[in-house]
Design a protein around this ligand. Structure first.
Ligand code: ADP
Ligand code: MG
Length: 554
């Protein structure tokens, strides 16, 4: 690309670089960000629609979950990718509210564009947005209510709000109960490690048949039909090596010259397997979870000893079992002792929807629970799992922070009102940005109304007037279109979902606004797996394709 310096063109960038600068760059980025936000807007809220995503190999996902939609979409545009990251950070930090965060980010960009057209400088907009965001978070915090870990009813409402409008909608009452019980079971001093909650999905049966097990479920069956189906007072060996004869060198050949020699060789192998099983037996174990294979002969010996054994258990399951049962994972079978064994009240193989599963219940450490999610088809089960994921996330966050807010657009309307007052005290053009921020937040109640088939202007006008009159909890009942006290109506969300949405949306919008130069196609260095061939014409680094590395670097 040539740039004129005086009369002499100076080449600073290679030929196949594309460069967009100034207002063009801003417009291009804003358009990209807005497009992504627009694509998920119709899914927001209880009346939001679902999306069917068809992958390149024809795989289908039907979902209402913002972050899932955005992750599955193959977004190429660099600014659009930054909006996708908003959803990801929202999911990570707050466990829910991904659509909300993305829709707010899109609206902040749209309002910023209007201001740019009025010649407000991007840095002024950026700093106005930042001030507004801080005030918004403050207001949200002031309006939040306290909730305790043992407040099952409120926590259950939190879970239900997160599941509203998802595939799990009809069963949300029973599912929310499972979610709250699970989180309460693993909560320890206000900390909740979701690793301790294992979610297994089973296709078959109704969503309502989903259940919570105080313990672990392993999606495996026992290796031998002669093993007991149920072991009480279980002492559990967790082994991460094969219960097989290890062929240490791949091409060792055993040459035998007579049937006797063969027999003695086989006897020797049998003897070694016998010893392994004896070692296990002598430790006192009556259940074995092996991460690797178990030889047929060893299976037979284990069955003879009345030991229930499972092979090829997942590594992650072995780890969880160790935590749940208080056992230690053993790599060398001859070293196994009683101290290594985990404990559980019962270990039992049961059939769930025609599938055998091993239930490990009444564990040493009860801070480990499992959920069996069921549903008629795979798509249903998958969407139930995503809904449960959101519900677990919000209940966890609520237990950690102990703060909740009403939903249904109430907090956004309240903050917008506060920000408009606050704007009066802001000097210069920044005031316009603060006002724009207030307007942008109202995209949430507006969209909730639109998606419910209501008149968004009427809804917004009534919402504003309620809040003007001091009714901080007034939100939109998406079913009836009435403006109600959302806390009384049981539509509540964790404070963190709202504060995080404000933060990540603002960060992304500000970052995009501050860009006035997009240089595409250069070798960004470092991030690409394969360095483009520097000499070759039309190498892989050319065009927008080269931006892939850039998205990852930001
Ligand atoms: P997100 O990905 O942002 O969580 P959702 O589709 O889950 O998107 O919608 C969340 C929005 O829906 C929140 O503003 C929440 O308060 C609102 N909402 C949830 N349930 C109800 C309800 N019963 N009535 C009104 N609004 C609701
Ligand atoms: Mg949600």
């Amino acid at each position: 690309m040539a740039q004129n310096m005086g009369n002499q063109p100076v080449l600073v960038l290679s030929e196949d670089t594309e460069r967009t600068s100034g207002r063009d760059a801003q417009s291009m980025n804003i358009a990209g960000g807005k497009a992504v936000a627009e694509s998920v807007r119709t899914t927001l809220g209880p009346k939001g629609m679902d999306k069917m995503l068809v992958g390149s190999i024809g795989d289908i996902v039907i979902t209402n979950d913002g972050v899932t939609i955005l992750n599955k979409m193959d977004v190429e545009h660099p600014a659009a990718k930054m909006i996708v990251e908003v959803a990801e950070s929202q999911e990570e930090e707050a466990g829910d509210g991904t659509t909300t965060a993305v829709v707010i980010a899109g609206e902040l960009l749209k309002r910023a564009e209007d201001l740019l057209e009025q010649d407000v400088h991007p840095t002024v907009i950026a700093s106005g947005y930042r001030r507004a965001a801080e005030k918004a978070r403050e207001t949200l915090e002031e309006n939040a209510d306290d909730v305790g870990t043992d407040d099952t009813e409120k926590l259950s409402k939190i879970a239900q709000t997160a599941m509203t409008g998802k595939g799990a909608e009809e069963a949300k009452e029973s599912l929310s109960e499972l979610v709250v019980r699970a989180v309460q079971a693993v909560a320890e001093d206000g900390e909740v490690d979701l690793e301790n909650i294992k979610v297994e999905t089973v296709v078959g049966g109704a969503v309502e048949d989903s259940e919570l097990i105080e313990g672990m479920i392993i999606d495996k069956d026992r290796v031998h039909a002669n093993m007991p189906k149920r072991v009480d007072d279980a002492r559990i060996a967790l082994i991460d090596t094969p219960i097989e004869i290890q062929e240490t060198e791949a091409d060792t050949e055993v040459s035998v010259s007579s049937p006797d020699e063969l027999q003695s060789f086989l006897d020797q192998e049998e003897e070694m397997l016998r010893e392994m099983v004896d070692d296990i037996k002598e430790s006192g174990a009556n259940v074995v979870f092996c991460q690797k294979g178990i030889d047929d002969m060893a299976q037979h010996f284990l069955a003879q000893e009345g030991i229930l054994a499972v092979r090829r258990a997942k590594k992650s399951d072995i780890k969880k079992l160790a935590r749940a049962t208080g056992g230690r994972v053993v790599s060398n079978i001859s070293d196994i002792t009683e101290d290594d064994l985990g404990r559980a009240g019962t270990v039992e193989e049961r059939v769930v929807s025609g599938d055998e599963m091993i239930f490990v219940e009444d564990c040493e450490n009860p801070k480990s629970v499992s959920m069996i999610l069921r549903g008629g088809t795979e798509h249903v089960v998958d969407e139930v799992e995503r809904a449960i994921d959101d519900a677990l996330g919000v209940v966890r966050v609520t237990v950690q922070d102990g703060k909740i807010l009403p939903g249904g657009g109430a907090p956004e309307t309240e903050v917008a009102l506060t920000l408009r007052d606050f704007a009066d005290g802001v000097e210069g053009r920044e005031q316009l940005a603060v006002e724009a921020f207030a307007d942008a937040l109202e995209i949430i109640p507006r969209t909730l109304a639109e998606n419910a088939g209501l008149d968004s202007i009427d809804s917004l006008v009534s919402l504003r007037s309620k809040h003007d009159g001091g009714d901080k909890n007034a939100g939109l009942d998406a079913t009836t279109g009435d403006i109600l006290d959302m806390t009384e109506g049981g539509v509540v969300e964790p404070l963190r979902v709202k504060t995080q949405a404000v933060s990540s949306a603002t960060d992304a919008a500000v970052m995009i606004l501050r860009i006035d130069d997009v240089i595409a196609g250069g070798d960004m260095g470092g991030d690409d797996e394969e360095m483009p061939d520097m000499g070759g014409a039309g190498g892989p680094g050319g065009g927008m394709g080269g931006m892939g590395g850039m998205g990852g670097a930001m």
